[in-house]
Design a protein around this ligand. Structure first.
Ligand code: TXA
Ligand code: MG
Length: 535
């Protein structure tokens, strides 16, 4: 099946026309979309669909997605357009969402893998849209990888796989999202996400209300089990390397990986400094979009450097993170290692949100709580770095009795950013040593879990010690009155303190669980939290 594959340019009008012509006469063209590259062909021609399966090496019961550019193109493809589909299309099309509906007779069974439903997507990428228009027909386009391999999110990824197998490959550079579209079916009584992607479950719920997530998104489907989306039963996204996810804090992860020989780390940006082995990164720790964008490129890079044994960081499952997790767990063939030892849970949140209620509850369930404020207030803590502190901030920051004049130090250290950084550089090592010792001691005395109660968990960098992070948030007016009452301060003073705090999104991006304590935390949220923490 070797042919002369032409390289087309997504920016050139002539090349778009050329792609349209190839597609119209029944040929295949790999095209860029905002999610991943697609292997496109005429969706209405059964022999073209058969050709797509053949080129991809894909089992022919795994249905293809049909791509359109205008809402009018949807009606002929489906039996009916339910109200929910219109609302989804209005909100998310064009974009990374695929909607499954009952198909019309116009769509051949070959395209839908024998199913009576059809998956439809309206891509946002200008070149993808222009090619569909030039072809004049809806385009079936699975991800342009050979079956079982990571999807191509950059032009370089497809050339190896498809050169000689398709008539043309269109170069459109990197794909913005980097992971395939979210697939939702509206054929079930409750809308159900079959594959998480660039549109998050939370976003879908905001539009539709109740939305289920298919169990196969998170857990390994049983052998031969009936799955709602045929794609979920096949081996997926597997690079040549053997990947294992390490479900651990950054420090636990680094200790584990550094103890291995010949391992390659698949970690977040900036974490390489903790590691003694080669590392490939996939985005930033608290930015799921950046992880989605980088994941498939990282998997391709692991193969390019010949990695054999890879240990990956565990992505957070919230928002688009669910899609990142879904792809990575498959690339890892569901291998996950949890380090031995008691898990550390970081507990943080906005001032006045009522963090102490949660820490008391966790304590009642057998967790040992370390109050980080109390730890850092210990006058003896700073003795090992007193000399250095005095050099940086003046001799008089030490009281005659050898203890620290905290107020004077705070005045000087918080005067500007540079001074604060100096303070952190000097004090963090001693604070972290103490925290590690405290954690060890609690673990040895039989705690099921150690909670690090820290209002400035992230700012201090103590999140690197935590396997899970829980944030407690509450509406601003409620926090305001709580702070005024608790600390006996004026409204202005309380507002000033609140202004220095991060917003909800800051915590949501960085936490495994967010508890809303505006009124009270419902029993069910606590039960869920305890179950997720294994308590
Ligand atoms: O972002 C994307 O969706 C990319 C770009 C090229 O548009 N396409 C893509 O297609 O990822 P593909 O074929 O690699 O994945 C389609 C997924 C498969 O898991 C398939 O099983 C599922 O969608 N699917 C398609 N039609 C379906 C149907 N009628 N019912 C259930 N699942 C369906
Ligand atoms: Mg695919």
């Amino acid at each position: 099946m070797s042919m002369n594959t032409r390289i087309l340019d997504a920016e050139k009008e002539y090349d778009i026309k050329e792609a349209g012509e190839i597609l119209r006469r029944g040929g295949l063209v790999a095209i860029p979309t905002e999610t991943v590259y697609g292997l496109a062909g005429n969706a209405l021609d059964p022999s073209v669909s058969a050709q797509i399966y053949k080129v991809k090496g894909r089992p022919s019961d795994n249905p293809l997605i049909v791509h359109i550019t205008e809402m009018e193109e949807l009606q002929p493809l489906v039996e009916e357009i339910p109200e929910a589909a219109i609302r989804l299309a209005e909100t998310f099309w064009p974009g990374p969402l695929t909607i499954i509906l009952k198909k019309s007779d116009m769509v051949p069974k070959e395209t839908t893998g024998g199913l009576s439903t059809v998956a439809v997507r309206m891509p946002a990428h200008p070149a993808a849209r222009a090619v569909i228009r030039a072809a004049g027909v809806p385009l079936a386009a699975p991800s342009a990888n050979l079956s079982g391999l990571p999807s191509p999110s950059a032009f370089e990824h497809i050339c190896d796989d498809l050169n000689g197998r398709v008539e043309a490959i269109m170069n459109g550079g990197d794909c913005a999202v980097g992971l395939e579209s979210t697939v939702i079916t509206l054929v079930t009584p409750v809308p159900r996400v079959l594959r998480p992607g660039g549109v998050s479950v939370e976003q879908l719920r905001a539009v539709l209300g109740q939305v289920d997530v298919d169990p196969a998104v998170l857990i390994k489907p049983e052998e031969n089990a009936r799955v709602s989306s045929p794609g979920m039963k096949y081996k997926h996204y597997a690079p040549k390397a053997e990947i294992t996810i390490v479900d651990a804090s950054l420090e636990e992860y680094a200790a584990f990986v550094n103890a291995q020989t010949d391992a390659v780390a698949l970690c977040f940006e900036g974490e390489e400094t903790d590691l003694h082995c080669p590392a490939v990164t996939f985005g930033k720790a608290y930015d799921a979009l950046s992880q989605a964008h980088a994941l498939f490129s990282a998997l391709h890079k692991l193969d390019a450097i010949g990695a054999k044994t890879v240990y990956a960081r565990m992505p957070r499952k919230a928002g688009v993170g669910l899609a990142v997790y879904n792809r990575l767990i498959r690339a890892a063939a569901f291998r996950v290692i949890v380090p031995a030892g008691v898990p550390v849970v970081g507990l943080t949140g906005q001032t006045g949100a009522g963090k102490s209620t949660v820490s008391a509850t966790l304590a009642a369930y057998g967790c040992a709580v370390i109050d980080c404020d109390q730890v850092t207030r210990d006058p003896d803590l700073y003795k090992p770095c007193m000399e250095e502190l005095q050099k940086a901030f003046g001799r008089d920051i030490m009281n005659p009795d050898g203890t620290l004049n905290r107020r004077l130090l705070a005045n000087r250290a918080f005067a500007d950013k540079e001074a604060t950084e100096t303070l952190n550089r000097i004090t963090h090592p001693v604070i972290f040593d103490r925290l590690r010792a405290e954690i060890r001691q609690r673990a040895e005395s039989g705690a099921r879990c150690v909670v690090l109660d820290a209002p400035t968990l992230f700012e201090a960098g103590a999140d690197r010690l935590c396997r899970r992070i829980v944030s407690v948030l509450a509406k601003a007016d409620v926090r305001l009155s709580r702070i005024m009452q608790r600390d006996g301060i004026t409204q202005e003073e309380a507002q000033r303190r609140m202004r220095a705090q991060h917003d909800d999104a800051f915590y949501a991006d960085r936490s495994d669980f967010v508890l809303d304590n505006t009124d009270f935390i419902p029993e069910s949220a606590i039960t869920e939290l305890l179950a997720a923490l294994g308590l």
